[in-house]
Design a protein around this ligand. Sequence first.
Ligand SMILES: NC(=O)c1ccc[n+]([C@@H]2O[C@H](COP(=O)([O-])OP(=O)(O)OC[C@H]3O[C@@H](n4cnc5c(N)ncnc54)[C@H](OP(=O)(O)O)[C@@H]3O)[C@@H](O)[C@H]2O)c1
Length: 236
Amino acid sequence: MTIADKTILVTGANRGIGQALVTEALRRGAKRVYAGTRRPLTHPDGRVTPLVLDVTDAAQIRAAADRVGSLDILVNNAGIALYDDLSDRAALERHLAVNLFGTYGVTQAFLPMLTRSRGVIVNNLSLMALAPVPLTPAYSISKAAAFNLTQSLRALLADRGVRVHAVLTGPTDTEMTRGLDIPKASPPSVARAIFDAVDAGEEDIFPDPLSASMAGSWRDSAAKALERQNAALVAA
Ligand SMILES: NC(=O)c1ccc[n+]([C@@H]2O[C@H](COP(=O)([O-])OP(=O)(O)OC[C@H]3O[C@@H](n4cnc5c(N)ncnc54)[C@H](OP(=O)(O)O)[C@@H]3O)[C@@H](O)[C@H]2O)c1
């Protein structure tokens, strides 16, 4: 799978990593890029089709799927991250609504198209899917759940020829990490690394220096071996 001549949808496309993914897809020669955003967007490149798409809004998801018609690559990138301490159930529900059920809802709506194209799903998760940062526990829980969703979809969709990638992103310099005084990767470098890894068929993607330092040990881990062993149950 290369991005050239493909049709791709990116959610949360107006800023941060999503915006960088749109730019990078265009640079790689994508045929059409659907940019899902909560507010109407204009884009100078004629290959970009803006879509109003709040991933928590079932009617907007349906309308977007009706408009798109055919799709090769879905990038579930939209996400929220708020500080909390698990004392407020509503904070957990808000994170799950966007980061888990948003990803789930958009994926289900576009699955028929992705099945027809034998396409690709890319879920932008977080390193916090593997280990929580207790300053953002609700966010971490939502990303862990979305990672598990990604792993199950990977196993369930393999025989339909749909590839499902998890992106275990580390700190990246966007609005989400504003105020955090730590080393951060640039959104363009993360977008390049994500598409390079999709091209290379790497199912788990570590697109920045911090996450990349863990890639080898993850691939050789007991958890990864168990994922493969459990996935074989689907085929059986
Ligand atoms: N930055 C990091 O260090 C980092 C690390 C690991 C993972 N990630 C993940 O990368 C993804 C992109 O984050 P970012 O760093 O680029 O953050 P960002 O700059 O805060 O962008 C978040 C994007 O998600 C959109 N969004 C939020 N809620 C939405 C909803 N209900 N429906 C549709 N779109 C929605 C936002 O749209 P609005 O402009 O309308 O709010 C915005 O476009 C997220 O899934 C995030 O969890 C980021």
